[in-house]
Write a protein that binds this ligand. Sequence first.
Ligand code: PLP
Length: 299
Amino acid sequence: MVAGCVHINGEFVELEDAKISIFDTGFLHSDVVYDVTTAWQGYIFKLDEHLERFAASCAGFRLTNPYSDAETANILAETTRRAECEDGAFIHMHVTRGEYAENSRDPRLCENQFACYVVPFVWLWGEEKSKAGINIHMAGIERISSKAVDARFKNFHWGDLIQAQYEAYENERDDAALCAADGSLAEGPGFNIWVVKDGVCATPDKNCLLGMSRKSVIELCGMENIPFELRTVHPDELRNADEAFATSSAGGVMPITRVDDKPLGNGAPGILTSQLFDSYWRQREAGWCGTKITDILDS
Ligand code: PLP
């Protein structure tokens, strides 16, 4: 039996028993928004902020979570408890549009559906590479326009991201960085991108998800007195960076050590990347921005 637990159709079930209808337009049309947080040492990370972003994604897609924030928090805590991975959990929640009403193609008549699953903590590139660094591919495939699908709303329109991953693999690289239609750096499949030059960190201010780990790094830069900028970032800045890293709930701060095979600096994780990596995990161990799972369940 695989470790984890799912809450779907109002019930807690084992992973292998979690089923979604093929008529749910979440499946048929990717008409779904989601969010991912993590639990570490019994604490769910930035729970209220994740619920706020989830609500904004729902509103942006004209979807309604059938549960209130308090109910959702309780379901996430209970699913995590049942999954028995409070010490290192990957917590995914989504709302799908649901099935069309009979003889109808009107999305307004669908009954929106919530589900969540909790599995052991996921490292985006596997634990070893997520710590040691990856070789990133500058993708030829463009990130879907935010004018078409607003990247601030966390959604399942992953066609561009996945094809960019294939491009990376075909070039024997680990993952991809995508640019927006204006040629500026956007983000990657499941992560935001940071470049470091002359001691200053910078990350794109648009055409990307407002990642919670990106926000955490902004906070950590403040705590560690590291200068940072939110601005348009040119792909050449990634190619010529002193160091670079990705941020994601699935790993926190993860070094990018090569771009299109070319090493950044000496090809090892950079000094500021390592400082932010250490700081992120030190804070997580200390329960930073965490809500205790037992407190949610006792409330
Ligand atoms: N960008 C995209 C497209 C993502 O899918 C994700 C996470 O899944 C991120 C960035 C990173 O966001 P977060 O730090 O909230 O995990």
